[in-house]
Design a protein around this ligand. Structure first.
Ligand SMILES: [Zn+2]
Length: 427
């Protein structure tokens, strides 16, 4: 971001892009994982009433009508099973064997995948080899019952559908990928890793449109480098990791205070679980509202009895009301909008020129405008006598009141980068 000062003795024309939209002091993104039904039936109505958008990371394979379901991409599993009889699990075959583990045609094998995945994710490879060896030993000795052909049919009223998702999306909520089947990505080989990333993206693209293919969260909050490298090829923003020189990332397990960061922005993730005391949850809000560079990213799973670590609807109501009471200081934005705002601001160039009755501002960024298209908030200093101004960009014309800061007079307004010159004139 480059701010060009005018040559005038007055600061008139001097323009900056505020750190967060509408000049707020901090940002909050309310994110939900796994698409459990009460997130929508219980929490969304509260959010809609308070006019706060959320971000929902969904597993596309479990939504009725989805084209892509979980499956193994690779050679016939019987060949893999056969090979495990003579070759022990190790570095060269762990990913293929783990990827196949959920699709061997037997009941009860998925939990071995999940346990081995947790080990690989934690870098404990020897433990993972043992779990996979144990699994295939049991498969080879016939300890598992075959999977029955009949698929579990969910009762209709308790299932998230694409029609519901389209309705919530039209209300301003963001939907984003949490993969097809909620796997431990670190345990997958390349073809299966690509399948999860690509097909969940394609499903969302086909069902909702390109706007919803921006963000993703690889399950279990993984930060596995190999998984991250693949995932970054498909999604511009991952909640897991978002490497940017201007952004410090404090994950859910971090004990570090966000206040101590001296980078331009801090993404501070906090997971609200059943054990999180309400005063602590409120203190997160206070911290974000009192700073100037904190992006609080809340991670919520279950709601009102359904889903992992479900929060009661009463506590959600109380918490969101509290957040609403801090609205003057906090920008509540979807994960994508907050990420886009920061990137646009950090890659923008502002130039201004002043003549006696008009300020002209040029706001441009160097990013892909098909993705980075949200308005930025500009703060322009104007002539001290201007109580009201007209701000014009393209066909958009707005009359706004100016504000005072000591002896200086300024106006806050929304502008579209690369959207043509902005003209401010006194009324
Ligand atoms: Zn999850």
């Amino acid at each position: 971001m480059i701010v060009t000062l005018s040559c005038s003795k007055l600061p008139a024309g001097q323009t900056e892009i505020t750190k967060w939209q509408y000049g707020k002091k901090g940002a909050v993104s309310i994110t939900y994982d796994d698409g459990s039904i009460n997130q929508f039936l219980k929490a969304v109505p509260v959010m809609n009433r308070l006019n706060m958008p959320g971000t929902f990371f969904i597993n596309t394979g479990s939504i009725p009508g989805s084209e892509y379901q979980g499956k193994f991409i690779g050679r016939p599993v019987k060949d893999i099973i056969k090979e495990t009889r003579t070759i022990p699990t190790g570095r060269d075959n762990i990913y293929e064997r783990a990827s196949a583990a959920r699709f061997l045609g037997y009941r009860g094998t998925s939990e071995y995948f999940t346990k081995a995945g947790a080990m690989i994710d934690a870098g404990k490879y020897e433990e993972a080899y043992k779990i996979i060896d144990d699994l295939y030993k049991k498969v080879n000795s016939g300890e598992f019952k075959p999977e029955t052909a009949a698929r579990r049919v969910n009762s209709r009223e308790n299932v998230l559908t694409w029609d519901m998702i389209r309705t919530y999306a039209s209300q301003g909520h963001e939907f984003a990928s949490h993969m097809v089947t909620h796997p431990y990505m670190a345990a997958l080989d390349e073809p299966n890793m690509l399948y999860e990333l690509e097909k969940s993206r394609e499903e969302i693209l086909n069902k909702l449109g390109p706007e919803y293919t921006f963000s993703a969260e690889c399950p279990y909050g993984t930060e596995d480098e190999r998984a991250m490298e693949y995932a970054h090829r498909f999604y511009p923003a991952l909640r897991n990791r978002m490497p940017e020189v201007f952004l410090e990332e404090l994950n859910r397990a971090s004990r570090k205070s966000p206040v101590s960061s001296d980078l331009e922005y801090v993404q501070w993730q906090r997971g609200a679980t059943t054990k999180t005391p309400m005063p602590m949850m409120k203190a997160w809000i206070d911290t974000a509202a009192a700073g100037n560079n904190i992006w609080l990213v809340l991670v919520i799973h279950g709601v009102d009895g359904i889903g992992w670590e479900a929060l009661t609807i009463e506590s959600i109501e109380e918490y969101f009301q509290y957040m609403k009471s801090k609205e003057n200081d906090l920008w509540v934005a979807t994960f994508a909008d907050a990420a886009k705002y920061m990137r646009e601001r950090m890659n923008s160039n502002v130039k201004s020129s002043v003549n006696k009755d008009k300020i002209t501002i040029d706001l441009t960024h160097s990013l892909d405008i098909s993705l980075y298209n949200i308005p930025l908030t500009l703060k322009s200093y104007v002539r001290p006598g201007w109580k009201k101004v007209v701000v014009k960009q393209g066909t958009e014309v707005k009359q706004l009141s100016t504000q005072k800061e000591g002896n200086e007079t300024y106006v806050l307004y929304q502008a579209i980068p690369n959207g043509g010159n902005i003209e401010i004139s006194g009324v």
